[in-house]
Design a protein around this ligand. Structure first.
Ligand SMILES: [Zn+2]
Ligand SMILES: [Zn+2]
Length: 440
């Protein structure tokens, strides 16, 4: 009797706690998933049409004027509260669900690349633009047209499920992911302008099409570092110029620079724990000297650093600086090391990644891999992940049965993602929002 009553009381308490935390019973969530999938299928023709229209009208970073006006108009039509002009052309839209709860952010990037399209598609871009002062072809060669149309599709699906959502959806359309020479922009500026505040975002999700030649509808990701931090360094080695026949009368920066090149090899091979994550330090340029019999005054070098762990990144940057400076000083030269930090590591919060893995598994239409290899490319989605728990994943867009060796990758003028993947992207983004708000 006593034990029965206490079991019943515990059950009541558990269900009260669950509803207080916004968690929905599995049967309700299954029903919502069924409606979500149906809605995603029903709006697919619209998603395809949006994608083709966006593809035919690409705009370079920080110039996404037509694109952002179109997205803002669609989001208003869906009943979202829309803010425009965030970080120049960004659009942020908020949808409050039927019940209070956490805030989930979904992000897509809007910019195209200075690439002249060679796909031969009927909706291929004819657009031209100005890049670095030059007239260039403009193309959605990285698939951001896919990202936008899928996120707009997810926004529409979520608007249809509004009454059942326990929390708030924030849709983020971000400019200038590829970076614009000499101009600030993209995610870093969006974050500075408060995109993660009012209402405060509890988790951020995003995806990239392609990157690897996986079949359309494949979903791959990994916990922790998914994409590399890409940092640039320059080193100016200063010696003292003298006659090449009397090197003792000066300080030879060519020999010092050579020692630095070799010393830098030991940063990765001898100084960091490679079992934690991989890393790359490359010397890409080295310039110095004007004549065979002159020891020059200085040598300039530059290179790139790729890391997959935020702590290791700091360590590698510090060790590159220390190695160059110390080797130079051992020879009586100086080395000025200038670090130019690029995008951070795209970091998938391990707890969030584990929690959302079933959501992505449910919607994957081909290969599913929750422990994929990291890639050495970089992504400014990483700035959101520095502030809030985030999860970024890859969506395969290669046509079924295509030869991976013949695949035209992102940034190729022949990059032509398979539209069969669109429905998976819509379902994935909408499911992550629904499941996160449902306490899954
Ligand atoms: Zn790109
Ligand atoms: Zn991209």
């Amino acid at each position: 009797m006593t034990s029965t009553r206490s079991i019943a009381a515990t059950a009541v308490l558990t269900s009260l706690l669950a509803s207080a935390a916004g968690a929905q019973p599995a049967s309700t969530l299954d029903a919502i998933h069924a409606r979500l999938d149906k809605a995603a299928g029903a709006i697919l023709p619209k998603v395809v049409a949006w994608r083709r229209d966006l593809h035919a009208h690409p705009e370079l970073g920080n110039q996404e004027v037509r694109t952002s006006a179109f997205l803002a108009e669609q989001l208003r039509r869906l009943g979202y509260e829309v803010a425009t002009g965030v970080a120049k052309t960004g659009v942020v839209a908020v949808l409050k669900g039927g019940r209070p709860g956490p805030v989930v952010g979904l992000r897509a990037d809007m910019d195209a690349l200075p690439v002249t399209e060679e796909t031969g598609l009927p909706f291929a871009s004819q657009a031209r633009g100005q890049y670095n002062g030059r007239d260039v072809g403009v193309m959605h060669a990285c698939g951001h047209d896919f990202h936008m149309s899928m996120l707009l599709g997810a926004a529409e699906v979520l608007a249809g499920l509004k009454a059942d959502l326990a929390g708030t959806v924030k849709i983020v359309f971000q400019p200038a992911e590829e970076g614009v020479p000499g101009e600030p922009g993209g995610a870093e500026v969006m974050v500075k302008e408060g995109v993660l505040e009012n209402p405060k975002v509890d988790a951020m999700f995003g995806l990239h099409v392609g990157i690897t030649p996986l079949e359309a509808g494949s979903i791959t990701f990994r916990p922790k570092g998914l994409m590399a931090a890409g940092d640039t360094y320059r080193i100016i080695v200063k010696g003292r110029q003298t006659h090449g026949a009397m090197p003792w009368a000066g300080v030879d920066p060519i020999v010092v620079a050579s020692q630095i090149v070799l010393g830098l090899q030991t940063v990765v091979s001898r100084q960091i724990d490679l079992t934690t994550a991989p890393a790359v330090v490359t010397v890409g340029t080295i310039e110095g000297g004007s004549r065979h019999n002159i020891v020059p005054d200085e040598v300039r070098m530059s290179g790139t650093i790729r890391t997959f762990d935020p702590d290791m990144r700091k360590e590698v940057l510090a060790r590159v600086k220390r190695t160059a400076e110390s080797i130079a000083s051992a020879s009586g030269a100086t080395a000025e090391v200038i670090l130019d930090e690029g995008y951070p590591v795209t970091w998938n919060d391990p707890a969030l990644t584990e929690r959302m893995t079933p959501s992505l598994k449910r919607v994957a239409a081909a290969t599913f891999n929750a422990n994929a290899q990291p890639t050495t490319t970089s992504e400014d989605f990483s700035y959101y992940g520095q502030k809030v728990p985030a999860l970024y994943f890859f969506l395969g867009v290669a046509p079924k049965g295509a030869d991976p060796a013949a695949w035209a990758a992102n940034h190729s003028p022949r990059f032509s993602p398979d539209e069969a993947a669109l429905v998976t992207g819509v379902r994935a983004l909408a499911s992550l929002a629904v499941d996160f708000l449902a306490g899954r």
